[in-house]
Structure formats: C-alpha cells, structure tokens
Ligand binder design. Structure first.
Ligand code: NAD
Ligand code: LMR
Length: 327
C-alpha cells in the first residue's frame, strides 16, 4: 500500500541552504526512497517570487516522491500538520559579524514561529533549528510552543560533528566511515567541544592513535570551532551545501535511527551532565523508532570540564539575553 506523504516544512525557502536542501528532501534523501513528501515552504513576502523560481526547478526534476508543494509567507500555513519542520530562515552572519550580533536580529523570528508550530503543527512534529544562533533559537521556539513536547525541539550540531569526523579521519589516516562514538557538546559556535576521547576507528581508540594533546587543543578544536568563519572568509557567504547535508543527516537519523551509532544533536537538557533543564545543549545521542536518547555516563576529565563550562556559560548567557522576550 502506498505510504501517506510526510509533511516537511522548510523556512527560508529562497535562501542558499534551502537551495541545496529542498532538492535532496524531494529526492528521498531525508526519509527514504519509499516515502512521499509534501514540501511546505515559508519565506518573507519579498522572497516569495524567488521561492516560486526554486519550485519551478523542483517541478522540472519530476521527483517521483514529491506529492505536493505549498508556498507561503504565513508561518501557520507553512506549519499546518507538519510532521517535520526545518527552521532555516534567519539572517546569516556576514564578514566581520559576531554570532552574538545575530541573537537580537533572529530571536523575534523564532518566537513567532514557535507559536505557529504550537498552533498548527502535528503534535509529534520533529523540529530542527538551523538558523543561527541555532541552540538559542531552538530554545526560544520551544518556550513559545508550550503545548508541544519540549523534546520535539532540536538544534543542529551535526555540521560540527561532520567537520570533526572529517578532521579526525584526515589526521589519523582512517576512513570517515570507520569512526564511531564522537561527541560534540554544547553550542553550535566556536565554543563547541568536539570530544574524541571515546572515538574509535575500526574499534581502536583514535585518541591513542593520534596521541597529540597539543593538536587537539591548538589545531583540531579551533579548526572545527572556527570552520564557519573560515568558509565565510573564503566564499564570502556562509556554508550552505554542507549545512543542508548536515540537516539531512540530523533528521534522517532521528526518524530512521542510528543503529546504535552516536550522533551529536542539540536537545533540551533533562538536567544530565549538570546542564540546567531546558537549555538546548549539544550531546551525543542514539536514535531508534523516531526517538533520540542521550548517551549517559560519560566521564569528563579536567580539560573536558573546562571546555564544557565555556560552552555552557555561553548558552546560559544567550538564554539570559532572550529572557525578556520570553516573558
Ligand atoms: P540566506 O540569507 O541565503 O537565506 C535565508 C532565507 O531566510 C532568506 O530567503 C530570507 O528571506 C529568509 N528569512 C528571513 N527571515 C525569515 C522569516 N522570518 N521567515 C521565513 N524566512 C525568513 O541564508 P542561509 O545561508 O540559507 O542561512 C540561513 C541560516 O542558517 C543563517 O542563520 C545561517 O547563519 C544559518 N546556518 C546555520 C548552520 C548550522 O550549522 N546550524 C550552518 C550554516 C548556516
Ligand atoms: C557554520 O557553522 O558554517 C554556520 O553556523 C555559519 C556561521 O555563521 O558560522
């Protein structure tokens, strides 16, 4: 029997990330080659003409799995009965701009969109926030959607995770596909802590293989943390195809499972690892039957505790910065 189409809402549909993301969703990369999808696309009124153009191109691909497209500037229409909502639409960082500058510009958007999700989306909607600052935007959306389970709101740490995998594989001379058990903790920002103490390649400790603490501290962590800025510097635009790819990885694994493997996701804290409840914090997780489970019981050594505190403090100050908006 034919499957019921899954409703996938994407915001920022005229933007550069969406230009990579939408075609892959319609092609079945998100939910599998047997699952039809309906795309529900949101952007600002002045961008709808550009969205129309993107949809002409989507039409021209004749994707067999595409069961419908909605184009709108109304968040409630975009999120109506949405099973999945990928919130990309936001102002991206430009050259010389700090992520903190984005906070004020983008916070209001996520309040409105959280309220619209609360009103219109499926009660099981899986929300991924990509637009920066992603963790705090997800926090605002979650707080603005009191009738939806908090666990439905997640932020994207998967790009940091994939960047870290690629750097580790190159350093250790192993295949990316051989790596398991990487954890990226905290905020999607230069403070994130990519922790490879538990990572293995073909079952062997990658930390023992690399055996270079100075590289970890002085090269690896800064490279992963500042990769977004390096791409903006080189391209003049923020990362787009790799961000779209990470969004696909995040949602696909959440829906279809990780088969025991670890992925990094920004999820509302349940208080574990000393992170105050509700703060959207990057953690290692496994996914099964459409649910994620945080990997518990990882011991933090002194260096890890330091790094953990830096990224947590940043998130706490971002949460404080938007407290008034949430009253
Ligand atoms: P872009 O400027 O190309 O596109 C953004 C789109 O969002 C535009 O079409 C704009 O009109 C739309 N938009 C703005 N406000 C909106 C609103 N209120 N409702 C709906 N749409 C709205 O930007 P981009 O390169 O696609 O990046 C989008 C966001 O993703 C930025 O915030 C960027 O910093 C972020 N990003 C996050 C990650 C991550 O790993 N979490 C990675 C890369 C980029
Ligand atoms: C990235 O990590 O590439 C994005 O978050 C863009 C940015 O502003 O760093």
């Amino acid at each position: 029997m034919a499957k019921t189409p899954v409703r996938v809402a994407v915001t920022g549909a005229a933007g550069q990330i969406a230009y990579s993301l939408l075609f892959r969703i319609a092609n079945g990369d998100l939910l599998g080659k047997d699952t039809p999808v309906i795309l529900q696309l949101l952007d600002l009124p002045q961008a709808l003409n550009a969205v129309n153009g993107v949809v002409m191109e989507i039409d021209d691909c004749a994707f067999p799995l595409l069961a419908g497209v909605v184009i709108t500037d109304d968040p409630e229409v975009a999120f109506k009965d949405a099973d999945i909502a990928i919130l990309v639409g936001a102002r991206p960082r430009s050259k010389g701009m700090e992520r903190a500058d984005l906070l004020a510009a983008n916070a209001a958007i996520f309040k409105v969109q959280g309220a619209a999700l609360n009103k219109a989306a499926s009660r099981d909607v899986k929300v991924l926030v990509v637009g920066n600052p992603a963790n705090t935007n997800a926090y605002i959306a979650m707080k603005s959607a009191p009738d939806l389970p908090a666990k439905n709101f997640t932020a994207m740490l998967r790009l940091d995770h994939n960047r870290a995998l690629s750097q580790l594989a190159a350093k250790a001379g192993v295949a990316v596909s051989s790596l398991e058990k990487l954890a990226v903790w905290g905020n999607h920002s230069p403070t994130m802590y990519a922790d490879y103490r538990a990572t293995t390649a073909n079952g062997e400790s990658i930390k023992a293989k690399i055996n270079d603490e100075a590289w970890n501290r002085d090269t690896f962590l800064p490279t992963v943390g500042k990769r977004g800025a390096a791409i903006i510097e080189a391209r003049g635009l923020s990362s787009a195809a790799s961000a779209a790819n990470a969004a696909i990885d995040h949602v696909r694994d959440w829906v279809l499972g990780t088969n025991g493997g670890w992925v990094s996701m920004g999820v509302p804290s349940d208080g574990s690892y000393g992170v105050p409840e509700g703060i959207i914090f990057g953690v290692p997780a496994t996914c099964e039957n459409g649910e994620y489970t945080v990997v518990k019981g990882i011991e933090l050594d002194e260096f890890s505790k330091e790094r953990f505190k830096i990224t947590l403090d940043e998130l706490l100050s971002e949460a404080e910065g938007v407290a008034d908006l949430l009253k």
